[in-house]
Design a protein around this ligand. Structure first.
Ligand code: EPZ
Length: 424
């Protein structure tokens, strides 16, 4: 397993490009299943999860062509196996996003239950509830969801769906399924993340009739078929937020090219309260910071968009570890998303965890050590901590990082970090 070697203490300067969003790219790859015509996706990030999704699409008989660093062309015209097998799903829970499109396009799907992951049990009961309301029968057999249209139905039907809690991929599954359903679908407590709006824009480019995307109420009028399209994947707000926290912690002055400040209001507000200077500029975000030791630790509570994103909790906690004062962090979305805490303690952080609440007491310094990544965003947190810790930090098991960050060490190296990847 590869690891990253980081020598802390460098300030960061220069410009770094923000890639396309992982959590927009994955549903959009599944949305290509809805049409028999080819779809071209631009600004697709180079991530392990994207490679896994492409393997899944090829398994189904979908044509995939990716020129180097160029557009990705997906042709689902010859789709022959509406299935997502366990060996692919177990490494990437977002495979559940194939369920809605396959039901809409083929009236049948066999998708392995994703199972849990490091940060929580990750159930899909709401996905099943909503698609059942749209006229699907979904049975769970031998670890697979076996979905087919209800007796007598030739296509899904529009429904009024209100889930028990806000679910991002649940909203995306319903949105995709509803584009080809008969009649109108209304999603009541829809997720409002920018990736939902970006998916809707792609579907509209394919001929779908959608309104209200980006709000908590989305209305979709089903159509008979969707045509191909060309769509550019929105910039990754979590990658951008991760770099904002890194520069705030190390100190410096960096331009995040393509970053969308309007997708990061809650995080930017906290960074400004801490004492960093964050500005939206033409086609990007500029961050200037005196360094974490001169900033004030900020407490926050993760909530659904537009609140403080759970996917930024670990990264901001790394900043709080070396800022002045004490901060209280509450994780309300996932039940086990503090696994980075034990690793931060190895670096000299002072953190007390009680259930969903972590209290961080900022320290004047951290000291480098070997630490272990446990999940995607915990990995990013440990990289940030390593950038400010004294001496060398080795972050192990960085395959977690590779799932969701496009060449992170190269991007950090490009703005002055002393960081290198060591092959196992
Ligand atoms: C998406 O996961 C993201 N993944 C996650 O990003 C992100 O952390 C999460 O949304 C929350 O913002 C992708 O978009 C691919 P949810 P998702 O359904 O859709 C419960 C990252 O680091 N729930 O919004 O799986 C669930 O347990 C990843 O990039 C049910 O109980 O999350 C959680 O407590 C990690 N039943 C809450 O809802 C369901 O059927 C929100 O989950 C569905 C969800």
């Amino acid at each position: 397993m590869d690891r990253l070697l980081i020598r802390g203490g460098r300030r960061l300067h220069g410009e770094v490009p923000v890639s396309g969003a992982k959590n927009a790219a994955l549903p959009q790859l599944c949305a290509a299943l809805l049409s028999a015509e080819p779809v071209t996706l631009l600004n697709m990030p180079r991530l392990q999860d994207v490679s896994t999704m492409l393997r899944l699409l090829r398994h189904m008989g979908v044509g995939v062509e990716r020129s180097d660093d160029g557009p990705l062309r997906i042709d689902a015209g010859a789709l022959h196996t509406p299935e997502a097998p366990y060996e692919l799903v177990k490494t990437m829970r977002a495979s559940v996003l194939a369920l809605g499109p396959l039901l809409a396009r083929r009236g049948a799907a066999k998708v392995s239950l994703p199972g849990g992951c490091a940060i929580g049990s990750r159930p899909v009961d709401q996905h099943i509830k909503g698609l059942t309301a749209m006229g699907a029968d979904i049975a769970v057999e031998h670890g697979d969801m076996i979905a087919r249209l209800s007796a007598g139905r030739r296509r899904l039907k529009g429904a009024h769906i209100a889930t028990d809690m806000i679910t991002v991929t649940g909203t995306e599954n319903f949105l995709m399924a509803a584009t080809l359903a008969e009649g109108e679908t209304v999603l009541e407590n829809a997720a409002q993340e920018p990736e939902i709006a970006d998916l809707a824009e792609m579907l509209i480019a394919m001929g779908a009739q959608i309104e209200g995307h980006g709000s908590s109420r989305i209305r979709i009028q089903g159509v008979d078929r969707l045509h191909g399209c060309s769509h550019r994947v929105v910039a990754d707000r979590i990658e951008a937020g991760t770099f904002l926290c890194a520069v705030a912690a190390t100190g410096g002055d960096v331009l995040l090219r393509h970053g969308r400040a309007d997708h990061l209001d809650a995080v930017i507000e906290k960074l400004r309260a801490a004492g960093a200077d964050v500005q939206a500029v033409a086609d990007g975000i500029r961050v200037q910071s005196p360094g974490g030791a001169k900033l004030k630790a900020q407490g926050f509570r993760t909530t659904e968009y537009p609140g403080f994103p759970t996917d930024m909790q670990a990264q901001f906690m790394a900043l709080d570890c070396i800022a002045q004062g004490t901060a209280t962090v509450t994780e309300t979305i996932f039940e086990n998303r503090f696994m980075h805490v034990d690793e931060l303690l190895r670096l000299g952080a002072r953190i007390q965890v009680d259930g969903k609440v972590a209290v961080i007491e900022g320290q004047p310094r951290l000291s480098g050590a070997t630490v272990m990544a446990t999940d995607l965003r915990a990995s990013a947190c440990l990289v940030i901590a390593g950038l400010v810790a004294e001496g060398q930090t080795a972050v192990e098991r960085i395959h977690h990082l590779d799932r969701g960050y496009d060449c992170m060490e190269a991007k950090l190296h490009g703005i002055g970090a002393d960081i290198e990847r060591v092959q196992a």
